[in-house]
Design a protein around this ligand. Sequence first.
Ligand code: SAH
Length: 218
Amino acid sequence: MNSQAEFDSLALARRQMVEFQLRARGVRDERVLDAMLRVPRHEFVEPGFHDQAYEDHPIPIGQDQTISQPYIVALMLEALRLIPGDKVLEVGTGSGYVTALLAELTAQVFSVERHAALAAKAREVLASLGYTRVKIMEGDGSQGLPTFAPFDAIIVSAAAPDLPRNLLSQLGEDGRMIIPVGAAESQHLQLIRMQNGEPLISLREACRFVPLISGEAL
Ligand code: SAH
């Protein structure tokens, strides 16, 4: 395929992803849908996976990690109800795909990744696509980033057995956090909203994420 034909077919696949995997399944937030229409998801996977980049499943990105399924990403972003001035923390940069979407949706994005190689790759791809304002840090994201707290929103892209206390304590008033919580094989998304200093927790969709590795296991 010549490069223009490949570009066109990837753009078509991206539109179909938004219509059939997201809108048709009930994702309504136009800002999220629009961001997912704009961000070239294929750039965040190896060239060998370009033709699968817009399919309805996760894809390997190296180091035993995966880029999350588009539908789950959309649900998580929609749940956060981001507004353009929000300051957001992402735990688990992985490929950097969600980081790019966050940069489309809001002003300040901090993202933490424990694998140096993934952090470096994500930085490179994000810079090449012009996402120059996002800050990618290496380290244990389950500790959050106390220096930059409080956050308006926190998105955790790896599964925790329990709600990480350190992250909760870095949510500002009216702050929202979305995180998969549960056993290794399957979890539920939990949406937490901080109100009058108390976390209000609601249980959302079932999901399956790679584990959040923290503490000694790091
Ligand atoms: N949103 C990413 C998801 C990547 S998978 C994407 O779509 O590409 C989850 C990522 O969380 C992996 O890259 C893994 O290395 C990272 N991770 C796991 N535990 C972590 C921790 N304690 N701190 C930071 N990153 C962590």
